[in-house]
Design a protein around this ligand. Structure first.
Ligand code: C2E
Ligand code: CA
Ligand code: CA
Ligand code: CA
Length: 278
């Protein structure tokens, strides 16, 4: 705390209070957001360069706040986790993303895969695996076409319980991807405990492909994926040059602003007909 005179201190104090008030308001509003139907899923395409087509969509959550406009998940997911609201939000995301996939499958996109993000807290719940299985059954989705994205931090907490859930999901045929791969502190031994099916190369590695150390990192991750028989997706692809370098390093499926920003279902649907940047 800076004590730069009485006024400086008071100003700082007032700022803190304003921040606190904002936070309290956010929490109250978040409590009601689900029942007021303020959440929306956006979808970002995952493009296969070899096939020149959209092979998957990642569901990304948006909060349309009546006063503050659209709020991104990086702002409200951590608050929802602290408040214990994440369980209901994750259930909503699961239901809505499966529903959307069913609709796209019904309109002829029968191979499309849907990826959704889970919170580490979801893996604390005993019933979580059954809820996922119930959702794929409810919407008649082949389990292999639903992919759950988890983070390395989740793999480090309560390893035994979480690993058992990942094993159960994989045994039922679902896909499990490690998000932001390479940025956490997990070790390669986790790949034995957690039988995942896909690695997503974090965008921090893709963003600066010309940095001296980064091509070796991408090559190494490509090698790990090949060695373990895992799918590979590069995230955060923004430039044509990155597409070329990634392809030359053996990475075929890509996602990022170069292809498309995440968008609401009606817009995302067009990419199924005409792949972005093909
Ligand atoms: P993430 O899972 O790593 O998702 C990728 C984020 O990068 C998204 O931000 C996406 O809009 C953004 N992105 C995509 N392409 C590019 C690109 O080319 N360049 C850059 N700079 N960014 C790109 P978003 O939608 O704001 O989501 C942020 C994070 O919030 C996600 O990171 C994920 O961890 C979390 N999240 C999103 N939706 C959900 C959800 O339904 N449930 C949970 N638990 N977490 C979610
Ligand atoms: Ca993700
Ligand atoms: Ca990611
Ligand atoms: Ca992330």
């Amino acid at each position: 705390v800076k004590r730069s005179g009485k006024n400086g201190f008071r100003f700082f104090d007032a700022e803190l209070n304003a921040h606190h008030r904002q936070r309290v308001t956010l929490e109250n509003d978040l409590h009601n957001a689900l029942e007021r139907n303020e959440f929306e899923l956006h979808f970002q395409p995952q493009v296969s360069m070899a096939g020149r087509r959209v092979v998957g969509m990642e569901a990304l959550l948006r909060w349309n706040h009546p006063l503050h406009g659209q709020i991104g998940p990086a702002v409200f997911i951590p608050v929802a986790e602290e408040m214990g609201l994440i369980t209901d939000i994750s259930r909503w995301v699961l239901d809505r993303s499966c529903h959307q996939l069913m609709r796209w499958r019904d309109s002829g996109h029968t191979d499309l895969r849907m990826s959704l993000n889970l919170s580490p807290h979801d893996f604390d719940r005993a019933g979580m695996v059954d809820e996922v299985l119930a959702a794929v059954t409810r919407y008649r989705i082949p389990p292999a076409q639903l992919e759950l994205e988890i983070t390395e931090s989740m793999m480090m907490q309560d390893t035994e319980g979480a690993a058992a859930k990942v094993q159960a999901l994989r045994a039922a045929g679902l896909g499990v991807a490690i998000d932001d791969f390479g940025t956490g502190y997990s070790s390669l031994s986790y790949l034995q405990k957690f039988p995942v099916s896909c690695l997503k190369i974090d965008r921090s590695f893709v963003g600066d492909l010309y940095g001296p150390a980064l091509n070796p990192i991408i090559s190494a991750i490509t090698g790990i994926a090949r060695g373990f028989g895992l799918q590979l997706i590069a995230e955060g692809v923004e430039q044509a040059e990155q597409v070329e370098v990634l392809r030359s390093l053996g990475c075929d499926v890509m996602q990022g602003y170069y292809f498309a920003h995440p968008a609401a279902a009606a817009e995302a649907e067009q990419w199924l007909q005409t792949p972005p940047c093909a």
